[in-house]
Design a protein around this ligand. Structure first.
Ligand code: IMP
Ligand code: MG
Length: 221
C-alpha cells in the first residue's frame, strides 16, 4: 500500500492565509442604523426629542469619575452597577476612572412603562462579597429615590461594607423625596422621562448612544 502524503508548500500556505485575512477585512459589516441626533424618535407609542449628545454625556461622566477618584485615591473601591439602566454610564465611568477599582452588579426594578410603581424589587443577587469594602452604588438615574433607599437598606443590613456612597448619572431633583445624601451626581434634570444611554421605555431604547427626552405635551405616564 502506498501512502500519499500531501506536501504543502509553506509559501502557498502563507499566501492563502494572507488572502483569507484580506477577504475578512473586505467583508462589509452591517451596523445597526445610526440615528441622526437632530431627529426625534418614536419608541412604542411615544415621541422623544434629542436632549444630551454623546460628547456632552462623556464630559459629564469624566467629571464624575474624576470627582470620585479624588475621594478614593488611596483605596480600591468596588463600583456596584445597578442593572439594567446603568450599563452605559457604568462602562463609561470605569473608562474615565483613573485609579484601581473592582466591580460588581445587582439588579433592582421599580418602573412600569414611564411611571415609577413605588415598589422596588431586587431581581438579581449581588455578584460579589463586599464585606468591609468601600462601595459606590452606581445608578443611571435617581427619580423618587425609592431604589437608592432600598439599596442602602439592603447593603447596610445584609452586606456590612466599610462605607457606602452613591453615584448617579442623572437626578430628577424636583421628584427626589428622600433626605439622604447623593454623593456624586452627573447632572440634575427636570422631571421629564428620558430615554437612551442605557435608559429604556418598556425595554426599548437602551442602545441609543445619546439621551432623549419625552416630547413636550406628552404625558409623563
Ligand atoms: P426611583 O426608585 O424612583 O428613584 O427610580 C429609579 C429607577 O427608575 C432608575 O434606576 C431607572 O431605572 C428608572 N427611571 C427613573 N426615571 C426614568 C426615566 O426618566 N427614564 C427611564 N428610566 C427611569
Ligand atoms: Mg436604574
Amino acid at each position: 500500500m502506498t501512502l500519499h502524503r500531501k506536501i504543502i508548500n509553506p509559501e502557498i500556505l502563507k499566501h492563502s492565509y494572507i488572502q483569507t485575512l484580506k477577504n475578512f477585512h473586505q467583508k462589509s459589516v452591517t451596523l445597526p442604523p445610526t440615528k441622526n441626533f437632530m431627529e426625534s424618535i418614536k419608541v412604542h407609542d411615544k415621541t422623544f426629542v434629542p436632549y444630551l449628545e454623546d460628547a456632552e454625556i462623556q464630559e459629564i461622566v469624566k467629571a464624575t469619575a474624576l470627582k470620585i477618584h479624588e475621594d478614593y485615591k488611596n483605596e480600591v473601591p468596588v463600583f456596584i452597577g445597578v442593572l439594567n439602566g446603568v450599563i452605559m454610564f457604568f462602562s463609561d465611568l470605569l473608562k474615565h476612572y483613573p485609579g484601581e477599582c473592582e466591580i460588581a452588579f445587582i439588579q433592582m426594578s421599580s418602573y412600569a412603562g414611564t411611571e415609577s410603581t413605588g415598589i422596588v424589587y431586587q431581581k438579581m443577587e449581588l455578584t460579589k462579597d463586599v464585606k468591609d469594602r468601600h462601595i459606590i452604588l452606581v445608578e443611571d438615574i435617581v427619580d423618587t429615590g425609592n431604589t437608592v433607599e432600598s439599596l442602602f437598606k439592603y447593603f447596610n443590613e445584609t452586606q456590612r461594607p466599610k462605607s457606602v456612597k452613591i453615584a448617579s448619572f442623572l437626578l430628577k431633583l424636583e421628584v427626589y423625596k428622600k433626605d439622604f445624601k447623593l454623593d456624586y451626581i452627573g447632572k440634575e434634570i427636570p422631571n421629564k422621562f428620558v430615554l437612551g444611554y442605557g435608559l429604556d421605555y418598556d425595554e426599548l431604547g437602551r442602545n441609543l448612544p445619546n439621551l432623549y427626552q419625552l416630547e413636550e405635551g406628552q404625558i409623563n405616564h
